[in-house]
Ligand binder design. Structure first.
Ligand SMILES: [Zn+2]
Length: 268
């Protein structure tokens, strides 16, 4: 796939996910090239999304990694474990991709999601081809804003997430790391585990998950990394037509984050 084709593709996918914009991909502003460092080129899209293109001729594969800049430090009181739980829910499907793990397996993908205090990421590595690259970009753009977040999926996922939590409780190094973080960050959210606690996980209302998702899973809060053997031409624009979020430019200015910062400053 040429770089132009890849950029066009990013635009088309974003258009598919857009709910308020009616422009066609060809009408979208072109991604703005920012800088190239050590062969990696950064582009900015009009909706705030950042793209890093990473040519890697050493492998016959394509990796698409979507990093959403939200993690456990953005959680509010009573929401411990929400960012990680949401990571699991974003694999549960969209109207276009009702079974995401199966769709990825059908492409021979190796895939995973991970959550830290600062970010949540989703990546897949597939055999290098134009079709596979376009599929990955369309999938990530779609589940960024169109994940279903259903109660039935949440009910089923509780067991999986609770199991991860219990495993962490049975790992000495994990328990030690948790204690050290709690002592080092007495009031900041960095001091609590990304896996959360049992009570909050088990009582998480699906409406809170949806609100958290809608607030932070937006194009201006995402860095998309594409690594592939050849970058001879510009990437497509499948993400470009995603609407700029109505909540404003940056998730870091949201009331939730301000509330967390106030809480940290006042020590409660
Ligand atoms: Zn997990």
């Amino acid at each position: 796939m040429t770089i132009h084709r890849l950029l066009w593709c990013l635009g088309v996918v974003a258009l598919l996910i857009s709910v308020s914009r009616t422009a066609y991909a060809d009408e979208l502003p072109a991604p703005q090239k920012v800088v190239t460092i050590e062969g990696i080129t950064e582009y900015h899209l009009d909706n705030g999304l950042r793209v890093l293109l990473f040519p890697d001729p050493s492998r016959p594969t394509v990796t698409v990694n979507m990093t959403v800049l939200v993690g456990s430090r953005h959680e509010d009181y009573g929401e411990a474990g929400m960012a990680h739980l949401l990571e699991h829910m974003v694999f549960k499907g969209t109207p276009t991709y009702p079974n995401i793990p199966q769709a990825l397996q059908d492409r021979g993908a190796r895939f995973r999601g991970t959550t830290t205090p600062d970010r949540t990421n989703y990546f897949e590595t597939v055999p290098a081809s134009d079709e596979n690259l376009e599929f990955c970009i369309r999938l990530e753009a779609d589940r960024l804003v169109h994940s279903l977040i259903r109660q039935a999926d949440l009910d089923a996922e509780f067991t999986v997430v609770r199991n991860e939590f219990e495993r962490s409780e049975n790992t000495p190094i994990g328990v030690l790391a948790k204690r050290i973080a709690a002592a080092a960050y007495e009031w900041h959210n960095y001091g609590k585990s990304t896996l959360g606690n049992r009570n909050d996980i088990e009582r998480m209302p699906v409406a809170h998950l949806r609100a958290f998702y809608k607030q932070y899973y937006q194009p201006d809060n995402v860095v998309l990394i594409v690594a592939r053997p050849s970058m001879r031409r510009k990437p497509s624009r499948s993400f470009s037509s995603l609407s700029e979020p109505s909540r404003g430019r940056s998730a870091s200015s949201t009331s939730r984050v301000r509330r967390n910062l106030r809480r940290t400053a006042s020590g409660w």
